[in-house]
Design a protein around this ligand. Structure first.
Ligand SMILES: [Zn+2]
Length: 274
């Protein structure tokens, strides 16, 4: 497993931390906005019309969360990647892509300065997190080997300053890229590792569903599947983490996952584990 940091991945999540989205992809974070504004010495402004258009056309525009920005060397390259994606309409380009890229370019120089300062400051906790994740991954090597076998991908982890809660995962070619937050008051190292497992589990359990959308309830089912699968997984592989997991998600949430899935769905889910 490769673990890296990426300034342009972070720039995108930094921007999305300022965007209120009315679905589970939301990473809007007021506390972050207040603290980063001081350190950046400026505001990050996304016009309301851009946010509104993004939310109204989310299924088509969500790809902006998932491009391999870690490969970009400049804001221009970031925008080039976004513009390369062919499934957008002319209206998307005018009302979202263009103004979104304007935000990226306008913010980029200040953000890169800030990010480099922050990366130095956080070097020690970043190294600590890396060792922790590697150690835990070897405790749970059976799961990571299964993941590799089932998806035929290698795993790349991006540790993000911009992504405050949640994780993001995507498959690019032969690589599964998972983005995770840095440790903070609300996010401990075990929670970050469990988030990694959560994102990886999606790769294994999502194929049980025909499609996953935010607007028809199927995304919720995908989440129930992952949360329940991970409970069984930690029970199997790491009982200490299992207790942390129940504390983190709460027994009620896990009971709800269990109730929301049919016996048939649970049978299929278990078959993936044992
Ligand atoms: Zn999830």
């Amino acid at each position: 497993m490769e673990i890296v940091r990426s300034v342009y991945t972070d720039l995108i999540f930094h921007i999305f931390a300022h965007v209120k989205v009315d679905n589970a992809s939301d990473i809007y974070d007021e506390a972050y906005i207040a603290s980063v504004e001081k350190e950046l010495g400026r505001k990050t402004v996304i016009p309301e019309s851009v946010t509104a258009y993004y939310c109204a056309n989310f299924e088509r525009l969500a790809f902006v969360n998932f491009l391999p920005y870690f490969m970009a060397k400049s804001a221009d390259e970031v925008c080039f990647m976004i513009r390369q994606v062919g499934m957008t309409t002319e209206e998307d380009v005018a009302k979202f892509i263009n103004p979104f890229c304007d935000v990226i370019k306008e913010l980029s120089a200040d953000y890169v300065d800030y990010w480099e300062r922050k990366a130095k400051e956080r070097q020690v906790s970043y190294e600590e997190l890396k060792s922790y994740v590697n150690e835990q991954a070897s405790v749970m090597s059976r799961f990571f080997e299964d993941l590799h076998g089932m998806t035929n991908t290698k795993l790349m982890v991006i540790i993000s300053e911009g992504l405050r809660c949640n994780g993001r995962a995507t498959i690019m070619g032969d690589t599964c890229i998972v983005t995770l937050p840095m440790p903070s008051e609300q996010y401990s190292m075990p929670q970050i590792f469990m988030q990694l497992v959560h994102e990886c589990t999606h790769m294994i359990t999502d194929p049980l569903l025909d499609s996953i959308r935010m607007d028809d309830g199927s995304h919720d089912v995908a989440e129930y599947q992952v949360m329940l699968f991970d409970l069984w997984l930690f029970e199997r592989d790491d009982s200490k983490l299992r207790d942390e997991y129940v504390k983190w998600l709460s027994q009620e949430t896990l009971d709800e996952c269990d109730q929301k899935l049919s016996e048939e769905q649970k049978k299929k889910l278990r078959a993936l584990l044992f």
